[in-house]
Write a protein that binds this ligand. Structure first.
Ligand code: CO
Length: 212
């Protein structure tokens, strides 16, 4: 039997369509014509971090890719396809990697418990921990290490974006494209900009720069 929650969904949709149409009678007509979002959002799959709601945008404004712990993994065909389409076809001007404090994926990566297949996905975060262990072990409290790893993980994923040929090609071709790292704070609803924007590959280590 369908739950009350499930039964409400279509009713909610009906109400939403009415509200949107009341605001702008042509809203859905315009929506159906096509999309030109200025932003690609790479976020965590966590249900508490819904991109459009937390930054107050409408349908058509954000192209979205979400996975556990907002990772940019270079052999993830799904992520690469989204990124390529967003950069080369939609010509987004911004890519935001948005992590969040209290991220279950990051927390799991800090421990030794095996959860199954996901362990292999989370190794990417264990690598981030390992690369920054000197900084992390100086933090006495587990909570502080957790918060810092959430930040370091976003930083790493922004770097990972910059290492792709997709992003480096766009920069080489003088495309207006900036990548950003943000953290969403569940306890306040506020976004913290880590101020790690990149719009060139000049700060990447030489080994990661392509001759495009
Ligand atoms: Co998360």
């Amino acid at each position: 039997m369908a739950s009350q929650f499930y039964k409400k969904l279509i009713d909610n949709n009906t109400k939403w369509v009415q509200e949107k149409t009341l605001e702008n009678p042509d809203f859905f007509k315009e929506l159906s014509k096509g999309q030109q979002p200025p932003l690609l959002w790479i976020g965590c799959a966590d249900s508490r971090v819904p991109p459009n709601q937390i930054v107050g945008t409408d349908p058509g404004e954000i192209f979205v890719h979400r996975n556990i712990a907002n990772l940019v993994v270079h052999n993830d065909l799904n992520m690469l396809s989204v990124l390529e389409y967003a950069v080369n076809v939609l010509k987004v001007k911004h890519v935001i990697v948005c992590g969040h404090y209290g991220c279950g994926g990051v927390q799991a990566a800090m421990g030794d418990h095996s959860y199954g297949i996901i362990d292999n996905w989370l190794i990417n975060i264990k690598d981030v921990y390992h690369n920054h262990k000197n900084e992390l072990i100086k933090l006495e409290k587990e909570d502080e290490r957790f918060d810092r790893l959430v930040e370091l993980n976003v930083h790493e994923q922004v770097q990972n974006l910059a290492k792709t040929t997709i992003v480096q090609s766009a920069w080489k071709n003088k495309q207006d494209l900036k990548i950003h790292g943000w953290i969403f704070e569940l306890e306040t609803g506020k976004i913290k900009d880590l101020n790690i924007d990149m719009n060139t590959n000049k700060d990447l280590n030489k080994i990661f720069k392509f001759d495009l």
